[in-house]
Design a binder for this molecule. Structure first.
Ligand code: HEM
Ligand SMILES: *[C@@H]1O[C@H](CO)[C@@H](O)[C@H](O)[C@H]1NC(C)=O
Ligand SMILES: *[C@@H]1O[C@H](CO)[C@@H](O)[C@H](O)[C@H]1NC(C)=O
Ligand SMILES: *[C@@H]1O[C@H](CO)[C@@H](O)[C@H](O)[C@H]1NC(C)=O
Ligand SMILES: *[C@@H]1O[C@H](CO)[C@@H](O)[C@H](O)[C@H]1NC(C)=O
Ligand SMILES: *[C@@H]1O[C@H](CO)[C@@H](O)[C@H](O)[C@H]1NC(C)=O
Length: 333
C-alpha cells in the first residue's frame, strides 16, 4: 500500500518530469562529454578530473562544499565562466561576500595536471563544473550528467558581486526573482539550496537571528529554541565571529549530500534565514515537503537543477578563451 504522501510524491515527480525539470535543459549550448577524444589518444579529461577529486576528498571531504559554493558564485555573476577564479585588486573573490570561498588551490592543481596532458584544451569553468559533480557523488549525492563546453571569461569585478550574489537575509520572494533573472526557476532554486546539506556558515551570516532579530530583542521566532541555544554557544553575542556552524544541523550527515537539510528545515533547524523561509513561502513549502520525504525526488531534481545552474549565461564556441592559468586571463600577443 502506498501512503498518501508517497502518492503525492510520485504524482508531483511525474508532473515535474513532464514540465521539463527532470531532463536536462534542451536549450543548453553545452553538451555531455564535450572533451571526449580531445585530450590525446590515451587521456580522458573527465577521468583526470575525477581522479584528482577522489584523491583530495579522501583527506578533505569539505571540498564538496567548497566546490558547490564556488560553482554557484561563478555562475551567478557573468555566467559560469570562471570569473570567480581571477586574481586582482578588485576581482570578484575580493568582495566581502566571497571572502569565505575555498577550493582555488585545488582547481589550480587540476588545471596544472590537465595543461601538462593536453595544453589549452579544458576551460577553468568546465573544471569547476566537473569537479563539483564528482565531489557531490563522492559525498553520497547523485552522479548527474554534467555538461561541458564552457569557455573562460576575461572580466571579474568585485563591485558586481552584491547585485548578483544573494545575502543570507534575502527573502524567498526576492530570491525567486534573482534566480529567475538567471533563467533558473523557483523549483530549481529550492533544490539548489539543498546544497546547504554540506558546508558551514560563518557566524557573521546568521548571528542577527540569535539575539535581537529585527529589533525585537528576541531570537528569530522561526528558529527552534534548541537550535538558538546551540548556535548562541558557538556564536557568542559580542564575539568577532571566530566561529562557523554546519549548515546541515543533522550531525550524522554533515559531509553527505542528502535530503536531510529539508528535514531539518521542517524541524525549524535552518541556519540561514533564506533556508528557513523556504518552509513558509507558499511557492516553496510544498517542494520542501516532497524533497524531505523522498531521497529519489531529491537526487533527481537536485541533479537537473545543477545541470541548469551550470548552463547560466555560458560562453561557448569562439567566445572567451581557454585560460592557461585559472587565476589570470591569457597574455595578449
Ligand atoms: C538565496 C541563495 C543563497 C544564499 C543567500 C546563500 C548564502 C550562503 C551563506 C551566507 C553561506 C556561508 C558562507 C560563509 O560562511 O563564508 C553559504 C554557504 C554555502 N553555500 Fe550558499 N547560499 C545560497 C545558495 C546556494 C546555492 C545555490 C549553492 C550551490 C548550489 C550554495 C552552496 C553553498 C555551500 C556548499 C556552502 C558552504 C560553503 C563552505 O563550507 O565553504 N548556496 N551560503
Ligand atoms: C508564486 O506562485 C504564483 C502562482 O504560480 C505566482 O503568481 C507568483 O508570482 C509566485 N510568487 C513568487 C514570489 O514567485
Ligand atoms: C521586521 O519588523 C518590521 C517592522 O516591525 C516588520 O514590518 C517586518 O515584517 C519584520 N520582518 C521580519 C522578517 O520579521
Ligand atoms: C568569519 O568572518 C570574519 C569576518 O567577518 C572573519 O574575521 C573570521 O575569521 C571568519 N571566521 C571563520 C571561522 O571563518
Ligand atoms: C540524519 O541523517 C541520517 C543519516 O543520513 C539519517 O538517517 C536521518 O534520517 C537524518 N535525520 C534527520 C532528522 O534528518
Ligand atoms: C575579453 O574578451 C573579449 C572577447 O570575448 C574581447 O573582445 C576583449 O578584448 C577581451 N578583453 C580583455 C581585457 O582581454
Amino acid at each position: 500500500m502506498l501512503k498518501p504522501a508517497q502518492v503525492l510524491v510520485t504524482l508531483v515527480s511525474l508532473l515535474l518530469a513532464f514540465s521539463g525539470h527532470y531532463c536536462s535543459n534542451a536549450a543548453s549550448p553545452l553538451q555531455v562529454g564535450f572533451y571526449q577524444g580531445k585530450c590525446g589518444a590515451n587521456a580522458d579529461v573527465e577521468e583526470i578530473v575525477a581522479g584528482a577529486v577522489k584523491a583530495h576528498f579522501a583527506s578533505d571531504p569539505t571540498i564538496t562544499a567548497a566546490l558547490l559554493r564556488l560553482h554557484f558564485h561563478d555562475c551567478f555573476l557573468n555566467g559560469c565562466d570562471a570569473s570567480i577564479l581571477l586574481d586582482g585588486d578588485d576581482s570578484e573573490k575580493t568582495a566581502d561576500t566571497n571572502i569565505g570561498l575555498r577550493g582555488f588551490d585545488f582547481i589550480d592543481a587540476v588545471k596544472e595536471t590537465l595543461e601538462a596532458t593536453c595544453p589549452g584544451v579544458v576551460s577553468c569553468a568546465d573544471i569547476i563544473a566537473l569537479a563539483t559533480r564528482d565531489a557531490v557523488a563522492l559525498a553520497g549525492g547523485p552522479m548527474y550528467k554534467a555538461e561541458t563546453g564552457r569557455r573562460d571569461g576575461n572580466v571579474s569585478r568585485a563591485e558586481l558581486v552584491d547585485e548578483n550574489i544573494p545575502p543570507p537575509d534575502i527573502s524567498v520572494a526576492e530570491s525567486i526573482q534573482l534566480f529567475q533573472s538567471k533563467g533558473v526557476d523557483h523549483v530549481d532554486m529550492t533544490y539548489l539550496l539543498g546544497a546547504h546539506t554540506v558546508g558551514v556558515a560563518n557566524c557573521s551570516f546568521f548571528q542577527y537571528r540569535l539575539y535581537d532579530f529585527n529589533g525585537t530583542g528576541q531570537p528569530d521566532p522561526t528558529m527552534s529554541p534548541d537550535l538558538v541555544t546551540s548556535l548562541r554557544s558557538r556564536c557568542p553575542k559580542d564575539a568577532t565571529f571566530e566561529n562557523a556552524a554546519n549548515l546541515d544541523q543533522n550531525r550524522t550527515s554533515i559531509f553527505t549530500v542528502d535530503n536531510s537539510y529539508y528535514n531539518q528545515l521542517k524541524m525549524h533547524r535552518g541556519v540561514l534565514q533564506i533556508d528557513q523561509e523556504l518552509t513558509s513561502h507558499p511557492n516553496t513549502t510544498g517542494i520542501v515537503d516532497i524533497a524531505a520525504e523522498s531521497t529519489t525526488d531529491f537526487q533527481n531534481l537536485f541533479s537537473s537543477a545543477m545541470v541548469n545552474l551550470g548552463a547560466v549565461e555560458v560562453l561557448t564556441g569562439s567566445q572567451g578563451e581557454i585560460r592557461t592559468f585559472c587565476r589570470a586571463v591569457n597574455a595578449k600577443n
